[in-house]
Design a binder for this molecule. Structure first.
Ligand SMILES: [Zn+2]
Ligand SMILES: [Zn+2]
Length: 450
């Protein structure tokens, strides 16, 4: 058959079938129009139209049985959710909770208790157990699986994370990466500073490749006295560090030879601005929780320190945007209704608690502080661009408390010569499970340029 005739026949036959199909359909068509299931486009999704920025409570540093924590990740997420948190990052040491993993159900009495509690709370339809070589095992569920059970729109969100756990010589360098998508193996540079830098760069690289917001922050600088102000000053990509970490071994308050994390913070920000023109580093409070079965000062328990991040929606992207904008504060119990700047006035509104008093200290580094500091020979030796091996304790603290205000609505009027301003609030209420015996509840606002 020639090509033209075949084409005409095929086309004619197709038209016949189509015509018959249309006729049958017309015969069967209902008289009323087909109702399309409505998605109510005229009505915004609840929580969207009226979404205003509000504070979300979250912890960005947590360990589970996927690394060296002593509880199942679902149980930990459940604890935080029950205790009023809105978001949680489980940040295991050099591990991402993915793949098939089974652990002993009977390794020690704490593990046995963890398994019993897990079965009680989540039930045997959820908890997977097996016997392997005569030993009882439990499956550690990957995050992709368990977060579906805990996440709730506008109420609770698990954000992926990892504690990139590196070291240079004897100095631990731990960097948390939040909202990462794949594991970042710890890198080691040729100094503490370079080790900080290469790991921050690895997170930035992944962020760029994935096209997804991610942040990295330097953890517990005083742990093992691993990281000093010098590294915070010169790590140009650094935007966040832990000014407070709830793990009892991290030396938040320094000692006779080492500055506190708060002193490191101000030292670093002062020199970053004056010497290097770098952005301010923001201070985070985290739990670094590992222990969920025994409670007290020697354990690293949940609930010690957290962040309150202002954002319109509870999504990883919005939380990260709030953190990057410095629109958050860190706390061990003191809460704010509002943090605001009216022209030259910086105002805080503290949430009252019955019978509790608050003292707010406004901390300022002035542009003139550097000239004054240079008068002291000790300061001259340290305040300039420091050689990398200079100890931090001798570095002059060029910030000072410029006002101490009691009450729920403290404010500070800027003079215009501030390099940065921040506030620290101390409550008269003792922390229920403190980092250090006798600690009062506190909060730290983020430094800002006037
Ligand atoms: Zn760590
Ligand atoms: Zn940790």
């Amino acid at each position: 058959m020639c090509h033209t005739i075949r084409t005409v026949l095929v086309a004619g036959f197709s038209l016949l079938i189509l015509g018959t199909t249309v006729a049958i359909h017309q015969a069967m068509a209902p008289t009323a129009p087909v109702a399309i299931p409505s998605r109510k486009p005229d009505r915004p999704l609840p929580g969207v139209a009226d979404a205003k920025p509000r504070y979300w409570k979250g912890n960005l540093h947590t360990h589970s049985l996927w690394s060296d924590g002593d509880d199942f990740p679902e149980m930990i997420g459940d604890w935080y959710k029950q205790n009023g948190y809105h978001f949680l990052a489980l940040t295991e040491h050099n591990v991402i909770a993915e793949g098939d993993r089974w652990i002993s159900a009977t390794q020690n009495p704490i593990r046995e208790k963890a398994v019993a509690d897990y079965r009680n709370r989540f039930g045997d339809a959820w908890v997977e157990r097996r016997t392997n070589g005569g030993k009882a095992e439990v499956r550690l569920k990957p995050q992709s699986e368990y977060r579906s059970l805990l996440n709730e729109a506008g109420r609770f969100l698990i954000i992926p994370g990892e504690e990139i756990t590196s070291r240079y010589a004897k100095s631990p360098v731990h960097i948390n990466s939040i909202n990462l998508q794949k594991l970042i193996p710890p890198l080691v540079g040729d100094s503490v500073l370079e080790t900080v830098r290469v790991n921050l760069a690895a997170v930035a690289d992944q962020r760029k490749q994935a096209g997804t917001p991610m942040i990295a922050f330097l953890n517990h600088p005083n742990f093992g006295w691993g990281v000093r102000a010098e590294e915070l000053i010169r790590a140009d990509m650094l935007r966040f560090f832990e000014v407070y970490n709830g793990h009892p071994g991290v030396q938040n308050y320094g000692d006779a030879e080492h500055p506190s994390c708060e002193e490191i913070w101000d030292q670093a920000n002062f020199t970053r601005i004056t010497e290097y023109g770098l952005p301010l580093v923001y201070g985070l409070a985290t739990d670094d929780a590992h222990q969920y079965h025994q409670w007290g000062g020697t354990e690293s328990n949940p609930g010690r320190g957290w962040v309150m991040v202002r954002a319109p929606h509870l999504t990883a992207e919005h939380v990260i945007a709030g953190l990057e904008a410095g629109d958050f504060y860190s706390t061990t119990g003191v809460l704010f209704d509002e943090i605001r700047r009216d022209g030259m006035t910086y105002r805080l509104k503290i949430q009252p608690q019955p019978g509790v008093h608050y003292k707010t200290e406004f901390i300022v580094a002035r542009k003139t502080a550097r000239d004054k500091a240079a008068i002291s020979p000790k300061a001259t030796a340290n305040a300039a661009v420091l050689p990398p091996e200079t100890g931090s304790k001798n570095r002059p603290v060029l910030s000072q408390v410029v006002a101490t205000v009691d009450g729920l609505t403290p404010s500070y009027t800027l003079t215009g010569d501030e390099l940065f301003v921040r506030a620290r609030v101390t409550s008269s209420k003792r922390h229920i499970n403190p980092f250090k015996a006798g600690d009062y509840e506190m909060a730290w606002t983020q430094p800002f340029h006037p």
